[in-house]
Design a protein around this ligand. Structure first.
Ligand SMILES: NC(=O)c1ccc[n+]([C@@H]2O[C@H](COP(=O)([O-])OP(=O)(O)OC[C@H]3O[C@@H](n4cnc5c(N)ncnc54)[C@H](O)[C@@H]3O)[C@@H](O)[C@H]2O)c1
Length: 440
């Protein structure tokens, strides 16, 4: 195999040699002392590609397999040959819309595809679905050296399939095809997999890189507007804390981006900038050993809000909960004079134009305080909350007080009611948040 000039394969070759990596380096010391040191590295190398016409049978992208004997598993350039097989796990809604095309894609290419539609919705995002897919892999007698799983769907589907693939035979390569905006710019491109557990979001999961990620924006044409806005919230996140140019694109084109389901030229710019920014943050910290993470913007209070809304029976989508968190912290930034009034209003205005909620019936300072307490625990005892400091810039703070939360919540509720950006189909907001009226 040609390895010269290919840093990964050179690395593999180096890792496979004895004496460089771990035990043999220490000679026979261990035999004398009874103390052994194992040192190894796992390189990460995966591809994220924007693709047009992914389901066009003439486009061979989806047929790409695994480079033989590669470590980590690498995506081959060569497509599967007629007679080869693929296991395709797919969100059942996506299957209803694109199933015929997918069957045709593989059959025209002579590849025998077993397609497994799964009910991958947030309420089902648990281990049962992981087991279900693992059983299907077992029935398929999947050869993980040659036959990557192809996962097609939104973030739930990709998280569940990523976890199942990672657990099956301790790592089966998976190709991810995101079909929602949220999955395209966030859930598919990192290495985290997860399912919900014990009524907690994403509590069980792994870090497992995909073999490849193929983003075809045309899938977004069939996505409903609410899910478009849901993904837009994560793009707005990147804009607020990292990318002023991206912020300006959103500010200029929010309505058009939403109404075109991210199909126009500006959408391509917005998505690429967002993915680039996200990857710049993820790549040096893939295993999250550094706990001050800019990408955690909007993710301090939101897990608590999201789970409370789910229990309440008036579900919030992930990006919607993130948006409420961002609206709250935008107000905090303004109160701390980290952003101007004009900048605060600009952010809240983009949220409004994307029709993202700034409040929900379950919202209350006590819920936000609980969210901060839980997140602080997860961040090893410090708040490490990213706050906007100007447009496209952020700082981390550790001194948010309960009074500050109450005050920001109070202002936000008033703004959200005035802007009609309260998400509540079940309980009238005023009766759901009585204490808040008193704090003002
Ligand atoms: N692993 C990560 O790093 C990461 C990052 C962000 C979010 N997530 C996870 O992603 C999940 C949210 O993902 P999501 O917003 O994609 O939700 P989702 O997967 O539930 O999809 C939303 C809805 O859209 C439908 N759908 C999917 N593609 C479609 C299409 N092209 N046309 C029409 N309908 C389509 C789905 O059936 C579903 O009903 C959450 O569970 C979240 O925890 C994970």
């Amino acid at each position: 195999m040609a390895i010269k000039g290919n840093p990964i394969m050179e690395n593999v070759s180096r890792l496979n040699r004895t004496g460089l990596n771990g035990l043999t380096q220490h000679g026979t010391d261990g035999l004398q002392t009874g103390s052994f040191q194992v040192v190894a590295q796992q390189p990460i190398n995966y591809t994220i590609e924007e693709v047009e016409g992914l389901l066009d049978p003439a486009n061979k992208t989806l047929l790409r397999g695994v480079v033989p004997d590669s470590f980590p598993s690498l995506l081959s350039a060569a497509p599967a040959q007629p007679g080869e097989r693929r296991l395709v796990a797919i969100d059942d809604n996506v299957y209803r819309l694109y199933g015929k095309q997918i069957h045709q894609y593989f059959s025209v290419n002579g590849v025998s595809a077993t397609i497994v539609p799964l009910p991958t919705m947030e309420a089902n995002k648990d281990f049962e679905l992981v087991f279900e897919l693992a059983r299907r892999m077992e029935e398929f007698k999947l050869n993980r050296r040659k036959e990557p799983i192809i996962a097609i769907g939104g973030g739930v589907c990709l998280d569940v399939c990523g976890l199942a693939a990672n657990l099956y035979r301790r790592n089966t390569p998976v190709i991810k095809v995101p079909t929602t905006l949220m999955a395209a710019i966030d859930a598919s491109i990192g290495i985290k997999t997860a399912v919900n557990f014990d009524n907690r979001k994403n509590k069980l999961g792994t870090y497992c890189p995909p073999l490849g990620v193929f983003i075809d924006r045309s899938f977004l044409r069939s996505l409903d507007p609410r899910n478009i806005s849901n993904g837009a919230a994560e793009i707005l996140k990147m804009a607020c804390i990292k990318d002023e140019d991206l912020f300006n694109v959103l500010d200029e084109h929010a309505e058009q981006l939403r109404s075109s389901s991210f199909q126009d030229k500006e959408a391509s710019v917005a998505m690429r900038r967002s993915i680039q920014g996200m990857l710049e943050e993820l790549e040096p910290n893939l295993w999250e050993h550094v706990l001050c993470r800019l990408v955690d913007y909007g993710h301090t209070f939101s897990p608590e809000i999201e789970m409370a809304a789910l229990t309440h029976g008036d579900e919030l989508l992930h990006g919607e909960a993130v948006n409420i968190d961002m609206a709250l912290t935008t107000q905090m930034s303004y109160a701390r004079q980290l952003i101007t009034l004009e900048q605060r209003n600009q952010v809240l205005n983009i949220m409004k134009r994307f029709r993202l909620p700034m409040w929900h019936a379950v919202c209350h300072p006590s819920l936000f305080i609980k969210g901060l307490t839980d997140t602080t625990k997860a961040r090893d005892g410090q708040q490490r909350v990213p706050l906007m400091a100007g447009i496209g810039n952020a700082i981390f703070v550790n001194d948010i007080t309960h009074a500050e939360i109450r005050s920001a919540a109070c202002v936000l509720l008033a703004i959200a009611q005035q802007a009609d950006q309260v998400h509540s189909n079940v309980v009238p907001v005023r009766s759901a948040t009585p204490a808040l009226q008193l704090v003002a």
